[in-house]
Structures are given as C-alpha cells and as structure tokens.
Design a protein around this ligand. Sequence first.
Ligand code: PEP
Length: 250
Amino acid sequence: MRKFVIGNWKMNGDALEVHEYVHELKTALEGMPCSVGVAVPFLYLPQLTALLGRIPVSVVAQDVSQFKGSGAYTGEISAAMLRDAGCEYVLIGHSERRQYFDEDEMVLQQKLLCACEAGLNPIYCVGEDLNQRLQGEFFQVLDKQLAALEAVRDHLPATVWVAYEPVWAIGTGKVASAEQIAEVHAFLATRLRAILPARCAARLLYGGSVKSVNAREILALPGVDGVLVGSASLTVAELSRIIEEARAMA
Ligand code: PEP
C-alpha cells in the first residue's frame, strides 16, 4: 500500500499562494502515482478543492467543530460544511489544538464523532510532550489519548488514521529517533488492535520535523504508513521531494 504524505499548512498562506501551490503541485506530481493530502486553513479549502479538480490530492481540514448539525455556534465550521468544501480527511487532536485551545479527550471524542457521522476520515493526532517523554510516561499519555478513539469505535470508518506526533518534535527541528518512532508505532498498533472493532484497520503516520533529508529513513521504518509534514510542506519543492521518497517505497 502507498505511503501517505500529508502537508499541514497550519495558519500560513493566502489565496495567491494556494493558487501557485496547486499549479506547482500539478507539475510536480505529473505521472507520479502517490497518496498525498494538503491541509490549508478553512478559508481556502473550497479554493483548494476547485483548483485541484482531477489532480489526485486529498483535501484535508485542520480541525472541525465539536458540535453536531448546525446551530448557534458562532465561528464554528461543522463536519458537513467541510464535506461540502470537498474535504476527505480532517486532523483531530493536533497538539497545537490541545495546547492553545485546551482540547481534551471529551472534546476530541465529540469531534471524532461529528467527523465520522459526516463521512469525513479523521486523522487522530497523539503525542507526548518533552516532560512526559523524559519522565518515561509516554505510553500512559498515548493510551489516555487513545481513549477518545475507543469511545467512538462503533462509528469509525474501515481505515482509521492515527498520527504519532511527539510535541517536542513539532516545529523544533528535533526528530524522534528511528528507535523511538518504531517503538511508539509498535505500541500504537498493538493498542489499536485491542481498541478498534475487527472491521477497522489502523494506519499510522509520523509527524514532527519531517523534511526531505530525513523522510526516507522515517518512511522506511516498520509500522510507518506515511508522514504528516508541517513547515516543510509550505513549499512544493520540499514536499515533492518527500513525496518522491514515499513513492519509491510503495
Ligand atoms: C505538524 O504540524 O503536524 C508538524 C509535524 O509540524 P512540523 O513538520 O513543522 O514539525
């Protein structure tokens, strides 16, 4: 199965950049079978969908409302709206959402449910912070974070995406070592086999300072089905080098 490469723009870019990015991406991916997703800010999702047209790149949202349906939730974007904007996937539980918006497992559980019910594929992000890593508490932290997935197990799609993103590696230039990634991915795979219903299969991404220079080593690790790329996804040149590495391993 092809490795999945997802670029997360976070709160970066503008309409012109989305336009130029898709134009460059189209050229870069020409004749290159791959599995790629791009997460731009909410505002640019319909534009991204329209510009991509038949280019086989999935549109990914960076977040979704925890509230079901529609209603008096000023400022919120529902899962159905994201579907309407052409999204196939949505990041849920990114560490920046947990850190700056106090999103806890209760909120994330609601978000997961909303996404699944609207037919969006959640990419559930988990990861320990530096202190938890140093204290050797990371398995407990990850287990606690997985509880939100377990709570919605009956609603999950057949393929369940989980991204391991150690907080200390996000945007810091510090990549987890091959041993650390392989160890956590093996742990997650085991836990997910126990948590998920038999009809579901888990696929695992690694995220945290992935660049073209380290992508090959990370993508080659056992249990790594792809990468979630932040800052390095902001230029097509760098993202397409990572995609090339992923493609070479399919
Ligand atoms: C991310 O935003 O999910 C991420 C992994 O960021 P970076 O690649 O910049 O560390």
